[in-house]
Design a protein. Structure first.
Length: 275
């Protein structure tokens, strides 16, 4: 992320009425604000012929903004919302430099669409695809606490104590982890299907959490994301969300609790006074 000094410097050169570049890109359908920040940091965005800086502001009505050399669309495309069953072995991006199949390959629509969150290549199930940057930002950021539900086939039969431990929480190498809810759906011989609810999206979090207590995942399927469910889709199939689902999605985003701000700044001031 840019420093305060960089943001201040970038804002000095911005024309009056300008907005943060990542906000402009997200509104135009280039992904979440976080994804757009990555595009800027990678040097893929130019403003009036020069490479844009992270934290820069611009005015799309008065300045020429390009992404990967293509001129920014003056008008945003109509919002599109797609539910896709991502098969195993497919990458959750719109482009893969190694030439592997991506989620974008399965949707023959002309709109610029981006995945909401990701599933690793070995996992499968629900991926939302949209050009609505604000929805993407709010559904993927853990601070908004939108639930994700998975069916997980694990080796062995977890005990009641293990299920309680997953819900109480345990510590992984990158911090604490816990399931909001976990239960056994079915079991056979030396394996069991679990239904797991979690609101975080750290890399391989579900797989690492079940493995931490001796039950490695053999298969993982995401079946719900926020108010949207996988339904009857099979691997590789997709559908447009219904108007009812879109309303539920927007309502869930609207009602999500806003994060508390200013706590770090307050503590820093206190530490400064104490010194």
């Amino acid at each position: 992320m840019p420093s305060r000094k960089q943001l201040k410097s970038a804002s000095k050169t911005a024309p009056q009425g300008a907005e943060r570049l990542q906000k402009i890109l997200a509104r135009a359908g280039y992904g979440s604000r976080r994804a757009c920040e990555e595009m800027i940091a990678q040097g893929r965005v130019t403003v009036d012929g020069r490479i844009a800086r992270l934290g820069e502001k611009a005015d799309p009505t008065r300045q020429e903004i390009r992404v990967d050399g293509a001129l920014l669309r003056k008008e945003a495309e109509p919002p599109t919302y797609i539910a896709l069953y991502k098969p195993r072995g497919v990458i959750s991006t719109v482009h893969d430099p190694q030439g592997r199949p991506t989620v974008r390959d399965y949707i023959p629509l002309p709109q610029r669409l981006y995945p909401v969150g990701r599933l690793d290549a070995d996992s499968e199930g629900l991926i939302l695809m949209t050009n609505d940057g604000e929805i993407t930002q709010r559904l993927t950021h853990p601070r908004y606490r939108h639930p994700r539900v998975y069916r997980v086939l694990v080796r062995g039969i977890p005990s009641a104590a293990t299920l309680r431990r997953w819900e109480r929480g345990l510590r992984l190498e990158d911090g604490p982890a816990r399931f909001d809810e976990v239960r056994i759906e079915s079991q056979e011989k030396d394996r069991a299907w679990l239904r797991v609810s979690i609101h975080e999206g750290r890399k391989h979090l579900v797989r690492r959490t079940v493995a931490a207590l001796g039950h490695p995942a053999l298969r993982l399927i995401r079946v719900e994301m926020g108010p949207i469910g996988l339904g009857n889709l099979t691997p590789g199939q997709w559908r447009k969300l219904t108007q009812g689902e879109i309303r539920a999605l927007r309502e869930a985003v609207r009602r999500a609790p806003e994060p508390r701000r200013g706590r770090r700044r307050t503590s820093r001031r206190r530490r400064t006074k104490q010194r």
